[in-house]
Design a protein around this ligand. Structure first.
Ligand code: PLP
Length: 404
């Protein structure tokens, strides 16, 4: 008899964004005249930059000519892209990362979900609370956690590191030493950032205890402050304890194009095995390469024109972030984030729960955001707004909130 993977059955009900979509759909059906503005889901709205479109057109034409056609891509990524990443994202920032330590993929969601596969099921994971849900859910599916505890609103056998107002939304070292530590900075959902000395403490902690840090830097392009590291490899000793995940989704608008990469330094050894060779084996066996066309588009992200255009695009979103932050603060809300990340994290007023505030904003201002409790138990009482809307919609949304 066929059995299923019972670990999947541990995952509670419906996924955060599908619940939001259902509520919004029902509201729009009941109120067809309402002009609902979404500052909810973390998808971009600006079109691809001209330098990227040009690279896409050129590579599409190459695919139409037998002399320049490309079939299967090398499963770890084309050399032209891996070299551009190593130079621009690492060497130019003083990080000791080589092109052959970079694994090109179709995005950070897949990589952040798949990376746990190279580790034993007996490893204990630590995550921030609130957290990007993929880290936890994929470990649940793999069987690395206990059951879902309804009362606590999280899983047994996972180390949760609360990120609260009291600790400035930064995790503290847990009592029990974890094996795998997921860190994401700049952070989704809180929009918070970590300074280099603070991250150095985590690197030292991981090296001392033999833990591995899985560092998600998907929002690196939004960093505006000098003391905030763009990569964990800016910290001394990170080559022996950290894996870094990156995405082209938010720096270059590739959410629908799909491209990302993972860095596994060759010095990272656990259980007598170098993790670089394990990830290469996994990637080579289960992934057949990101499309040639898309990797050429990724290369254009690093061209002088691409860099200038994307700086402007990130600036566009960050001016939205500033407008949201300042608008909410002037309306008396307690707000954080929005300086090194496209997310604003606000405390719900009048002790409303996150979902109560969701309904209130939807009904009274026709604005959609994301309830903080959807990201973990310690997200309760908070709410996430994103800067990825159009400027006009963002300004209109903030005016509506101010007038409530
Ligand atoms: N990591 C974090 C923290 C994210 O917030 C997201 C997307 O919202 C991703 C990864 C996924 O990125 P990608 O589009 O490259 O799959």
């Amino acid at each position: 008899m066929v059995t299923v993977n019972h670990n999947y059955l541990k995952l509670p009900g419906s996924y955060l964004f599908s619940t939001i979509a259902k509520k919004v759909k029902a509201y729009k059906e009941a109120n067809p005249q309402a002009n609902v503005i979404s500052l909810g889901i973390g998808d971009v709205t600006q079109p691809l930059a001209p330098a990227i479109i040009e690279a896409l057109h050129k590579s599409v034409d190459e695919m139409g000519d037998a002399a320049t056609f490309h079939g299967y891509a090398p499963d770890l990524g084309y050399e032209f892209l891996r070299s551009a990443i190593a130079k621009n994202d690492y060497k130019d920032r003083g990080c000791d990362i080589e092109a052959d330590e970079i694994f090109v993929s179709d995005g950070a969601k897949s990589d952040s979900g798949n990376i746990q596969e190279i580790f034993g099921l007996d490893n204990k994971i630590a995550v921030c609370d609130p957290v990007y849900p993929v880290y936890v859910d994929t470990n649940v599916m793999a069987g690395r956690t206990g059951e879902y505890n309804k009362e606590r609103g999280n899983f047994d056998n996972v180390i949760y590191m609360p990120c609260t107002e009291a600790n400035g939304f930064l995790p503290e070292f847990p009592e029990e030493v974890p094996d795998l530590i997921y860190l994401c900075f700049p952070n989704n959902p809180t929009g918070g950032a970590i300074t280099k000395p603070q991250l150095q403490e985590w690197v030292d902690y991981a090296n001392k205890n033999g833990s591995v840090i899985i560092y998600d830097a998907a929002y690196e392009a939004y960093i505006s402050e000098e003391n905030v590291p763009h990569s964990i490899y800016e910290c001394e000793g990170a080559r022996t304890c950290a894996i870094e995940l990156r995405s082209f989704s938010k720096n270059a608008g590739f959410t629908g194009v799909r491209l990302g990469f993972t860095v596994v330094p060759k010095d990272l050894v656990r259980d007598g095995v170098d993790l670089h060779s394990l990830w290469a084996r996994r990637h080579g066996t289960k992934f057949n390469g990101a499309p040639y066309i898309v990797q050429r588009a990724g290369e254009a992200v690093y061209s002088p024109e691409g860099k200038a255009q994307l700086k402007e695009q990130v600036g566009y979103y960050m001016s939205n972030a500033k407008a949201i932050y300042e608008g909410l603060a002037s309306a008396g809300y307690s707000v954080s984030g929005g300086v090194n990340a496209p997310y604003i994290w606000l405390k719900t007023p009048d002790k409303m729960t996150s979902w109560e505030f969701f309904d209130y904003l939807l009904e009274k201002a026709n604005i959609v955001g994301t309830p903080g409790s959807g990201f973990g138990a310690h997200g309760e009482g908070f709410f996430r707004l994103t800067a990825f809307g159009t400027h006009e919609n963002t300004i209109e949304a903030i005016e509506r909130i101010k007038n409530l």
